[in-house]
Design a protein around this ligand. Structure first.
Ligand code: PEP
Ligand code: MN
Length: 366
């Protein structure tokens, strides 16, 4: 795919997309846009058709809202975008000269819906932004990009809005940064925008997540803004005023991803080679550890003992987690690391035991 950028901004100048979660009234839409005009945003967003998790919530003002977006453009000169989820949305949005369309997370997740939108886009050249699907499935995200691209849309950007999960993790949607990072690795030129609002679900951590996105070389932000966030008709807890959005952008630290300074490059190269060496050592050590697990597997098989011994495993966890925290590793990281190593060990032991069992059976038969 030869995807073209939508925004094409210089490195170090983030793409800024802001506006309310939902268009509620002409007055609310224009008030938000006037506030944002001072913040030099690239695109004004507002949801007209709202995919809500449960029925009975506000489901958007519908077509009338497109007229309000047109007014935003006339009055402020800012380009506008809205979410489309079916054929009718696409036709209506194009009829009202909406500059950029976006696919929501609940649409990306469904290939039938994506294809319906893609078919409706055929023969047009409106730029499209594609949010990640609600579940952490990179192929599904890629599939949506491919469907839209195949419909002849060349200008495509992606929006990372986090992934559904169960339980309280402090985010509304789990960021799982490794997924957008992998997408960026495969398509380095793809413009990647962080929707910090839907990741956070709450205002107090919007700045941290926006900073993290900048540090991970994202190209921009999509942030929900409302003149009176507490009284917003949807997503009230995560919206901020245009002024607060201005402060958020001002407080971002934009670090350049590369430098031409020879001394800097040399020091960085040196540190990276140290990391590479340590990584190789770590892998060798893990390989050695698994060889011992193989021996234990055989030994257990010979003595007819089960693989998993909970007391031993609890002892390892307690001892090593506290060792880890003593050298500055977080408890969460230590727990994930030890569990992954333990799982691999169990797999090794099981494989060795099964193989030996098979050999025994062969022996019995011959
Ligand atoms: C939105 O941007 O308002 C929205 C509905 O987002 P998502 O598709 O990410 O849930
Ligand atoms: Mn929203």
């Amino acid at each position: 795919m030869d995807i073209k950028p939508i925004f094409n901004k210089e490195k170090g100048t983030p793409i800024l997309i802001a506006g309310p979660c939902s268009a509620e009234s002409e007055e609310q839409v224009l008030k938000t846009a006037r506030g944002l005009a001072a913040e030099n945003i690239d695109l004004f967003r507002a949801g007209i058709w709202k995919p809500r998790t449960r029925p009975g919530s506000f489901e958007g003002v519908g077509r009338i809202g497109l007229k309000w977006l047109q007014k935003v453009k006339e009055e402020t000169g800012i380009k506008v975008t809205t979410e489309v989820a079916n054929r009718e949305h696409v036709f209506e949005a194009l009829k009202h000269n909406i500059d950029v369309l976006w696919l929501g997370a609940r649409t990306t997740v469904n290939p039938f819906s994506v294809q319906e939108v893609a078919d409706a886009l055929e023969g047009t050249n409106v730029p499209v932004m594609i949010k990640n699907p609600i579940n952490p499935d990179l192929k599904l995200w890629l599939g949506a990009i491919e469907r839209i691209y195949k419909a002849g849309i060349e200008q495509i950007a992606v929006i990372h809005r986090g992934f559904s999960h169960h339980g309280n993790i402090g985010f509304r949607n789990a960021p799982r940064w490794q997924l957008p990072i992998e997408l960026k690795r495969q398509f380095p030129k793809l413009e990647m925008i962080c929707d910090n609002s839907h990741i956070c679900g709450r205002r107090d951590i919007l700045q941290d997540v926006a900073q993290k996105a900048m540090d991970l070389d994202f190209n921009g932000l999509m942030t929900e803004t409302h003149p009176d966030p507490d009284n917003a008709w949807s997503d009230a807890a995560q919206q901020i005023t245009p002024d607060t959005f201005g402060n958020l952008v001002e407080n971002l630290v934009l670090r350049t991803p590369s430098s031409n300074d020879a001394a800097f490059i040399e020091t960085l190269e040196h540190l990276r080679s140290e990391i590479d060496e340590i990584d190789s050592e770590l892998i060798n050590i893990l390989g050695r550890r698994m060889k011992i697990a193989d021996k234990i597997g055989l030994y257990k098989k010979e003595n007819n003992i089960a693989i998993l011994q909970t007391t031993r495993w609890n002892e390892i966890l307690d001892k090593q987690i506290s060792k880890g925290t003593n050298v500055g590793l977080s408890e969460g990281f230590m727990s994930i690391l030890l569990r992954a190593i333990h799982q691999e060990s169990i797999n090794h032991q099981a494989e060795v035991m099964n193989k030996a069992q098979l050999e025994d059976m062969k022996g019995d038969l011959s």
